[in-house]
Design a protein around this ligand. Structure first.
Ligand code: NDP
Length: 310
């Protein structure tokens, strides 16, 4: 058994930022990275919207810099996964995959969310070559070109609207005869001239060898197949927050996102904080994740001071 003041679970922008702040505050944070250190940025190429990198930076390189900065202030980084937690007492108990037991005064959860994919071979093969799960991140690279967005939820609607401002034609592929998105978002999409909604439409294949050259879709009512000459294919069919290991220890919404008190990083359990995409289904940006990771560390520090544990 080991006792720590501040345990950070997850190693994306939120986790590393929390580590930098906690370490500089003298909390000697211990970080468990999980299976995918760096998180979703590890499957991203150019990041051009993170302030401070005027030339842009590759996602994995950015995460390496975050890690170096966290390590510079003596964050104890461990490449293991946390598999079990018990937050019922004042001391938070956490177990790693090897059975190591940690007792923490504060825990920061920054395990992120994973994008859902259609599961097509062509989608995986052309990932980052025109296939993306984030229009705000990658849409700019396809400025002036014809693109497609899959999905009928709020995310797909937002992505289609974002792309409609920089692309001449945006095809929205909706698998049913209605959208799941909120009424207002549906209205906005429908009234945008350069968004073409394809109802009852499923994707058969993303076309292209080294980059997206089109997408073959099928109407699931008529069986009619069409090739759309798009240069980018945005998948917006939802995300899955990485909260299974919590097994109900914290309050989450119906989709599994951790609920934090508005404007804070406080979860339903005192001393447990959350930052990044694991508690954010709206913004999902590296910079917002870093911001909420910072909030989580500052609140952990405040909590420890109030309890006389700092
Ligand atoms: P949702 O789960 O709400 O929507 C997913 C969409 O993708 C649905 O239209 C679904 O179709 C479709 N879909 C799922 N699987 C497939 C598939 N295999 N092939 C084709 N289509 C598929 O996810 P979102 O990410 O849109 O939203 C998640 C949550 O976040 C929602 O509660 C949303 O309201 C919220 N949100 C809020 C925003 C805001 O307030 N600004 C912005 C973005 C999200 P079907 O309906 O047929 O299942």
């Amino acid at each position: 058994m080991e006792r720590v003041k501040c345990l950070i679970i997850g190693a994306g922008p939120a986790g590393y930022t929390a580590a930098i702040y906690a370490a500089r505050a003298g909390l000697k944070p211990v970080m468990y990275t999980g299976m995918e250190p760096g998180g979703q940025l590890m499957i991203t190429t150019d990041v051009e919207n993170y302030p401070g990198f005027p030339e842009g930076i590759q996602g994995p390189e950015m995460m390496e810099k975050f890690k170096e900065q966290a390590a510079r202030f003596d964050t104890d980084i461990r490449y293991e996964t946390i598999t079990k937690v018990d937050f019922s007492g004042e001391i938070k108990k956490v177990w790693s995959e090897t059975g190591h037991e940690i007792h923490a005064d504060t825990v920061i959860i920054a395990t992120g969310a994973s994008a859902k994919w259609l599961g097509l071979e062509s989608e995986q093969r052309l990932m980052n070559q025109g296939v993306s799960a984030c229009a705000v991140c990658d849409g700019f690279f396809f400025k002036g070109l014809e693109v497609a967005v899959v999905g009928g939820g709020d995310t797909a609607a937002e992505e289609a609207l974002y792309l409609s401002k920089i692309c001449p034609k945006v095809h929205m592929l909706v698998r049913r005869d209605q959208m799941r998105a909120s009424k207002i978002m549906q209205e906005r999409v429908k009234s945008t001239e350069n968004i073409i909604i394809h109802w009852n439409t499923e994707t058969e294949e993303v076309l292209g060898k080294d980059e997206v050259e089109g997408v073959r879709v099928v109407n699931n009512k008529t069986g009619e197949k069409t090739v759309l000459p798009v240069k980018a294919f945005f998948v917006a069919i939802g995300h899955k927050p990485n909260t299974e290991f919590l097994d109900g220890a914290l309050e989450t919404d119906s989709a599994g996102y951790i609920i934090v008190q508005p404007g804070t990083a406080k979860t339903s359990v005192e001393g447990v904080f959350a930052g990044g995409d694991v508690q954010d289904k709206v913004y999902r940006q590296a910079v917002t994740a870093a911001g909420t990771g910072c909030m989580a560390a500052l609140e952990a520090e405040r909590y420890l001071t109030e309890k006389g544990l700092a």
